[in-house]
Design a protein. Structure first.
Length: 532
């Protein structure tokens, strides 16, 4: 098979031409979405149907557990399968070392071999060699008048569009390709949920970028790095052609604003330096400085990544720093319940939140006891919020209180998938983390609601929806036991009716559910004394 763009021969199975970078075949990608379409629920429970409105669900966060369950159910052939897996694992470990050619013969060498190929319109490449481990940086310098199109692996797959590409050491062959056209790098600031449109554009093709906002934020515009004037104030914008450019999608959010000084000096002197500051946990853009031997920006408390790019003796270089800015923070929450607006505020120390972020726990729990641990209802922040909510709920019935707290969780936090939060798969948060971020996805807000209600003396449970029936639309909800005053969908456990609570909606009440979520794994949250 030959490339239709440059005419050169392609490797079998290649997705991109390793000579010119032209796509060979289309690869579908992207999250799955689900919508409630069928009525479900215990007929004795008096199911309440939700309006016929479509809402996106997060990507599944239980694929790993499902795969384990399916494997365990395979029966008599399991032993043979496990032996085959073990043999393959031994071979894979053995092949993690590389072979190199010395004096016309092959010599066995521990570690990894990185091979770098200089492709079209690239003058120089760096980074080829033998590595025992750690991080590898490969660097490409495009010809004058050309932009860097990308790094391609041996099968022609595009692996990075950055001329300085960092990755965990492995044995790999990478080809650097330059081209005429436009290379667009895009960053998202606070208040931006998703951005699209970064990458390479052919000569004559107009770069087009799109941003989506988090709930409650207002778009400010697309800004080229280092410019105070927006290129466009539209969420979807057409950008100038030619060269390599970096743009940032910004809102009017003040999430990272503050009076703390983030200061960094160059550890290695680079010419034409560009400093970019991003949030360590989310990767969101915080600020930048063009030029200078040091960085100094004003920010709020947080953990930040600083990337310094420039040239060392004419070679593109990149240096990373991680800095923690400690101090006090202030959060304001407001929500509407039964036509009235309520508000509370929360003050705390960032060091406590940073400790939670760095806690050595599995953020994708595979067992119920690990999931239960995230519902830390004895934590001080949960108690502080409950004390403030109790000022309003003192004379409320149990049913009204459950709905009041649910409306707080729904409206005081914005929905955000884990991929948009930190670019990874599922990431369970502790209640204080969700409150600090003021956003989270289904498991985060369900955990928060359970922690608050449990602290206020109510029995609660988490509802997991997993397995083949929910493939592509895994979900989690909360449930609360209320003796009377609630009608709707419930799960009965040990004689108690735990009513469904949807935390990702801004309007659903206790007992209302998404129609397609019926058969779930109900995890009752025990008292702390029961878990000791």
């Amino acid at each position: 098979m030959f490339c239709t763009h440059c005419g050169r021969e392609l490797m079998d199975g290649a997705k991109f031409c390793m000579h010119c970078g032209q796509m060979v075949q289309y690869q579908p990608s992207g999250p799955c979405f689900g919508t409630g379409t069928e009525g479900v629920g215990d007929s004795d429970a008096g199911t309440v149907s939700a309006p016929d409105t479509q809402y996106p669900y997060p990507e599944p966060f239980y694929e790993q557990r499902t795969e384990q369950t399916e494997h365990m159910a395979k029966g008599p052939d399991d032993g043979r399968a496990l032996k085959i897996i073990a043999i393959v694992a031994v071979i894979a470990i053995a092949l993690s070392a590389a072979f190199i050619m010395i004096g016309g013969g092959w010599v066995f060498e521990d570690g990894y071999r990185v091979t770098v190929v200089t492709g079209d319109h690239i003058t120089e490449t760096y980074g080829e060699g033998h590595y025992e481990g750690g991080t590898v940086d490969v660097i490409a310098v495009p010809e004058d008048g050309y932009c860097f199109k990308g790094w391609y692996d041996s099968r022609g797959n595009l692996v990075s569009t950055e001329p300085v590409y960092s990755f965990k050491a492995r044995t790999v062959t990478l080809t650097a390709i330059g081209a005429e056209g436009t290379c667009v790098n895009i960053l998202k600031g606070a208040g931006i949920e998703t951005i699209e449109g970064g990458g390479y554009y052919e000569k004559g093709e107009v770069p087009t970028v799109t941003a989506e906002l988090l709930t409650g934020d207002r778009f400010r515009g697309w800004y080229e790095l280092g410019s105070d004037e927006p290129v466009s104030t539209s969420l979807t914008a057409e950008l100038p052609e030619g060269g390599t450019r970096t743009y940032v999608a910004l809102t009017w959010s003040d999430f990272y604003d503050g009076d703390k000084a983030l200061e960094v000096d160059q550890s290695v002197t680079l010419s034409d330096p560009v400093w970019i500051v991003t949030d360590h946990w989310t990767g969101r853009y915080v600020g930048s400085v063009l030029g200078g031997d040091s960085l100094s920006v004003q920010v709020g408390p947080g953990r930040y990544d600083v990337t310094l790019t420039g040239y060392a003796d004419g070679i593109p270089s990149r240096i990373h720093y991680t800095e923690v800015v400690d101090g006090s923070f202030h959060k304001e929450f407001s929500w509407k319940f039964e036509g009235r607006i309520y508000s509370i505020s929360w003050d705390g120390e960032y060091s406590y939140i940073d400790d939670l972020h760095n806690k050595d726990v599995d953020r994708w729990p595979q067992w119920d006891w690990e999931t239960i641990a995230f519902v830390d209802y004895t934590e001080d922040t949960v108690g502080t919020i409950c004390d403030m909510l109790a000022v309003y709920t003192e004379h409320m019935s149990d049913a009204r209180l459950a709905n009041f707290v649910l409306s707080f969780v729904q409206q005081a936090t914005a929905y955000e998938t884990d991929d948009d939060y930190n670019g990874s798969g599922d990431y369970f948060k502790y209640p204080a983390e969700t409150l600090y971020d003021m956003r989270g996805d289904c498991e985060d807000t369900s955990i928060l609601y359970c922690a608050l209600m449990k602290r206020m003396g109510y029995d609660v449970a988490l509802c997991e929806y997993v397995g083949e029936g929910y493939e592509g639309k895994g979900h989690m909800a909360a449930a609360v036991y209320i003796e009377s005053g609630i009608r709707g969908v419930y799960y009965e456990v040990d004689g108690k009716r735990y009513y469904y609570c949807e935390t990702t909606s801004d309007w659903m009440k206790v007992g209302e559910d998404w129609d397609e979520y019926d058969e779930g794994d109900i995890i009752v949250i025990p008292d702390k004394s029961d878990t000791v």
